[in-house]
Design a binder for this molecule. Sequence first.
Ligand SMILES: [Zn+2]
Length: 83
Amino acid sequence: MIRYSVQCSKGHVFDEWFDNMADYDVKSADHAIACPDCGDTHVSKALMAPSIGKSNGARELPPPACGTPSACGGCPMAGHVHG
Ligand SMILES: [Zn+2]
């Protein structure tokens, strides 16, 4: 058994048990999953983790500002390290 957080088209999130991942696909396609709040059967899997890793995002972050080659030679800390 596997538990998914399911969200209906109206935004209600509820937990539902399934035999396996394919069981969810079959039941969601058959509209066999009904929201307990409003009875909506157009449901989708809600995010299961409270925090999602940002490394998997579709957008790429712009390069950092310190990436310019000219900034590397002008560091004020260079040569001032006392053992
Ligand atoms: Zn609902």
